[in-house]
Structures are given as C-alpha cells and as structure tokens.
Design a protein around this ligand. Structure first.
Ligand code: GLU
Length: 584
C-alpha cells in the first residue's frame, strides 16, 4: 500500500508545520534562494533546473495539489524562467505513476508537422536556416498536454495551475549566469526579430546577471489562457497570431537573415491533440522500467540498451557504450512516428541477447548496423545486411526535465522543450513567448525508408526519456534529462551508475558522462576521459570532448516514505531539489 509508505503527519503538512515556515508563504515570489542539488525528506519532492519552478511546484503540493498539478505549475514557471528551453509553444512527454490505480500512464504532447508538410519539405534546407525559421515551428503541444494531464489526473484547473507562473512573469526572477549566457549566445539571431529583440535584448543587450527580468506580456498570455482555455490557442485568437508569426516572421529591418516562412495554418492547430499512450516497459534486474513510446525513441532505446546490458556477463563502462551504440543503430532504423514500429521486439529479451552477441572485448567497428527485430532470434547471427542507419539529425542540447512526487505516492517525470536553446528565435509579438523549432528533429532527407522523414501531421522523433522505475510495483526512481539524443545516454548512464556500479543517486547524477550514439567517436566530459579514458582507449574506443552532457533531475524512494530529490550540482549552473519536510 502506497499510503502506508508515506509516514508523515499530513495534518501538519496541510496546516503548515514549523518546517514549512522556511518555505515562502506564496508561490512564485522570487527572493533569491539557495539552490541545493540534493534534498531528503518526506511528504513530497520536486527537482527541476530552476529554484523558482521547484518552489512553485512544492507550493502546489503543500496546498494539497497532486504531482500532476505541481508538474504543470512547475512547467509553466519554467516557461518564464527557462524560456529558451520550455514554454507554452513547445511540446513534451509526461510519464506518470498513478498510485491509486498502481499504473503508469504517459501523455504525448509532441508537436506536429502542418498538414502541408511532406517528406520533401526539409530536403536541401541548410540546418542553420531551418533552425531559425517559421518552417521548423511545429504545432505546439504543451498547452493541450497540460489540459489533458490536469483533466485526467490533476485536481487544479489550467487557470489555477498557471497562477504561480503568472506571478513569476509579472514580478520577475533574478537573471542567473545560465540565462544571461544563453541570451548572449542567441543575441545575433534574437536581434534579427523585432519581437524577440524587444523582449530578450532590452536596450540592445542581454539582461545582466543579478538583474530582475519581468515578462508582463507572458503573464497576460498565461492569464488569458487560463481564462479562455486551450481553445484560444487551438484555433482561436492566439492560434491566429501564432500562424501569422510563423508565416510572416517579424524580421527586423536591415536584417540579412534568410528566414523561411512556415506552412502552419489555423486548421493544423485545430486538429492538434495531446495523446495518452501506453508506456514502454522493460524489466531490468527485477525492476520495471517505464518510458516514453514513439514518437519518442527514449523508452525503446533506453530499454533495449538495458536489456543488452542484462544479457552480458558484466556491465561496466565499455558495455554501457557498446549497448548504447547498438540500441542507437536500431533506433535510427526502426523508430519514428510511423505505424508498425516493432516496439515489442525491440524490447524483447530474445532480440537483446542477439544484439549482445556483438559486444566483445573491443569496441565494435563503426557504424554498428541495425539488427533484425523479427521475432526469430539466433544466439549469434551473421551481421545484418540492412543498410546502416542515417546519421542522427543534429538535435539541440536544450530542453528541460522535472520530477515531482506527492504525498500520495504519485510520481511525474516530465520532459518539456522548444527544441533548440531559444527555439526558432521568434517571439510571437506582444505575447512574451518563443516558438519551437521542433521540426528540425525530423530527418531532412533524402533518406528513403527512414521512419523519421517529415509528413503531414507527423510528430518528429524525439529522444526525450522521462523514466519511472518500479520495484515490486512501487515507485523506486524517476529521472530524466535534457540534451537532444544525449538524453537517452544520460538516463541510461545514470541507471548504470546507480544499479551496475552501485553509486548512490546524487553520485550517479554528478558522475562524469559519456555518450555513444552509434558514432565513430564517443563524446565525453573531461572527467569521464580522466576516469575511464585510458582503459577504454586500450579497448578501441575513441573520445572527443563534450564539455557538458545533460542536466538531469531525479527522485528516489528510499523506503518508509523517505524521498531523495536530486538535481545537478554544477551542470548548467546546478539545479534545485526540494522536499516537503526535510529530514534532519
Ligand atoms: N528536440 C529534442 C528531442 O525531442 C529535445 C530537445 C533537446 O534536448 O535537444 O529529442
């Protein structure tokens, strides 16, 4: 029974115990708070990259909201404080453990391509032109996802869930180094759009670190969204403004940028639906690992790699890299928003055993060909004749992930994104938010047979991997990360660190990372190269430096109601982990 596991005085929580007096009385007001990467305690937990978002989500929990309420409220705040990673015009995936029904659900809020988009629409478009364009803007999914999540599993209305974000947008938040640097990195393209420059380059420059950044236009947009509901976006007035912006971006006079217009029309917005989908499920070391099904490749790729690791006699860093390489070969070949993705076979033990055969003492030759998830498995088949997979399209290093656990034992792992840092760089005039450029996650082509070519109404393949692990049917761990296709390896590596190498969760998150995605070289942080480089190079691995991989958030259930919320100690400026009642 979940209820038995939460051994805290609920009356105390509801009344506001002395412990809670250290928390602000109202959500979203933002005097600077210390960011802590680890918090342990009882009664509920939150981890995000941002203290304002974590605090808002915790406050929702404190007032009796559940994990879904808090996750939506937190995501909306991230749309204010992390506007280059998340926002109402983006998309994402929610994996949710429902304690009452003892069931894992997922909600797909992935953006869709307009109906006018075909498999040839992105062919020949230079990536950098696609990144900053109307063409790459997908039909936003987040608002529909929030509404569906709240309706199905929450207790708050959208209007209520948006209140903390409205306050933060109105009253402002303190600009930190990350926000400043992300603005500076985007300054050239932001300056090319009148609406974006006006909002994010006040006085022509990025807001200085330590200043207060207010976004009253976004506060008003959220307020009206709460009042009119998602219909305002999905076919109403806000939708019309989005379509106008996508088709006729507000390019600054004198800008030399070639800004391709988009194909989105109002009926595309009207047709959008967030979708409930069955989660992916893999058993691993007696635990059940639940993830996100297509159009994300997160669940199938993490799951397949875990199965391969289980089929090997040992699982260290060499095996982690090789399992990931193989799983990425299959991801590229088979996974996309298409009918007939062989999900069950990709996640079968038989297939994993066949794939595990290819893992030897030395790194396998590049590229690893995809396997044959056809249900007929041999111990060690000859190499598959199928052509190698297309190169993984470049995916931006941004997005964000949050976890929430509530006093009832419900758990949310939620990835939200606008794709690139700063999305497509185009703010909808007067509305305070950036559009996404998620459609750059499609394979541009020509690539006959690739499951991830664009198509009308299609959702681009994602790597987002919000993950919930159950043991004996109870939540044990929830985690996720940003980082484009490195999301998959970050989640996988944290699980390997935790369960194969026995690291406690804070260490498993903080440990230096490497990412092998069926590429000739493995990207790795310097700390990883220092720790494992010599041994792995001797086994045929080659490394290139990636200064920072991922920005994970997680929560572990330690038993007897004790929760450990964990965020990054230093990547991307460090995250913010909070619990309702801190343990002494
Ligand atoms: N667009 C990416 C994906 O869906 C997420 C954004 C990122 O982290 O780059 O996989």
């Amino acid at each position: 029974m979940i209820a038995r596991r939460i051994a805290v005085p609920l009356a105390g929580i509801l009344a506001g115990s002395s412990v809670l007096l250290t928390q602000p009385a109202t959500a979203g007001v933002s005097p600077p708070v210390e960011k802590r990467p680890v918090a342990e305690g009882y009664g509920g937990a939150v981890s995000t990259v941002d203290p304002d978002a974590s605090r808002a989500a915790l406050e929702v929990l404190r007032r009796g909201g559940n994990a879904v309420d808090a996750a939506v409220a937190g995501a909306a705040v991230l749309g204010v404080t992390e506007p280059y990673s998340a926002g109402l015009a983006g998309g994402g995936f929610i994996v949710y453990y429902d304690a009452r029904r003892k069931k894992v659900h997922t909600i797909d809020g992935r953006e869709t391509a307009p109906r006018a988009m075909t498999s040839a629409s992105l062919e020949g478009v230079p990536l950098d032109e696609a990144v900053t364009s109307g063409l790459s803007a997908g039909v936003p999914g987040s608002v529909a996802q929030w509404e569906l999540a709240l309706r199905r599993f929450g207790t708050l209305s959208l209007r209520q869930a948006l209140q903390p974000a409205i306050r933060v947008a109105r009253e402002g938040f303190t600009v930190d180094r990350t926000f400043h640097d992300q603005t500076a990195a985007n300054a050239a393209r932001f300056a090319d759009f009148t609406s974006t420059a006006r909002l994010f380059l006040p006085g022509g420059a990025p807001p200085p670190v330590g200043s207060t950044f207010r976004n009253p236009e976004l506060a008003e947009t959220y307020r009206l969204l709460g009042r009119y509901g998602g219909r305002w976006l999905y076919g109403g007035g806000l939708g019309a403004e989005i379509v106008k912006t996508v088709k006729n971006p507000p390019v600054a006079p004198g800008s030399a940028r070639n800004v391709r217009p988009g194909l989105m029309e109002l009926p595309d917005l009207r047709a959008y639906r967030a979708l409930e989908r069955p989660p992916t499920r893999t058993t691993y070391k007696g635990m059940d690992v639940y993830g996100m099904a297509p159009p994300s490749s997160g669940g199938s790729t993490v799951g397949e790699a875990l199965n391969i690791l289980e089929a090997l006699p040992e699982a260290g860093m060499h095996e982690y890299l090789e399992a990931s390489r193989l799983a990425f070969a299959d991801r590229g070949r088979y996974v996309g928003d298409v009918p007939g993705v062989p999900l069950e076979e990709l996640l079968s033990d038989g297939f994993a055993k066949e794939r595990a055969c290819l893992v030897g003492e030395r790194a396998m030759p590049h590229p690893a060909p995809p396997g044959n998830p056809d249900g007929a498995y041999e111990p060690c088949p000859a190499a598959d004749p199928a052509p190698p997979t297309a190169e993984t399209p470049a995916e931006g290093p941004e997005t964000t992930h949050l976890v929430v656990a509530d006093r009832w034992g419900n758990v949310v792992a939620y990835n939200i994104t606008i794709e690139s840092t700063g999305g497509n760089g185009i703010v909808v005039p007067g509305r305070g938010f950036l559009l996404n450029n998620e459609l750059t996650d499609f394979t541009f082509g020509p690539a006959p047979g690739d499951p991830n070519l664009p198509g009308p109404g299609k959702r681009p393949r994602s790597s987002m991997a919000p993950t919930i692990v159950l043991a004996d049917g109870r939540p044990l761990l929830a985690l996720g990360s940003p980082g484009g296709s490195t999301i998959i390896t970050t989640v996988l590596q944290i699980l390997v660190n935790r369960w194969e190498l026995g690291m406690p969760l804070p260490e498993a998150l903080a440990a230096p990372r490497a990412t092998q995605r069926n590429t000739a070289q493995t990207q790795a942080e310097q700390g990883f190269i220092d720790r494992y480089g010599a041994e792995l190079t001797a086994r045929g691995h080659a490394f290139t430096l990636n200064p920072e991989i991922g920005a994970a958030t997680a929560v572990e259930f330690l038993g007897r109601g004790r929760l450990q919320a964990v965020a990054e100690p230093s990547r991307r400026g460090g995250g913010s982990a909070l619990v309702m009642i801190p343990a002494r």
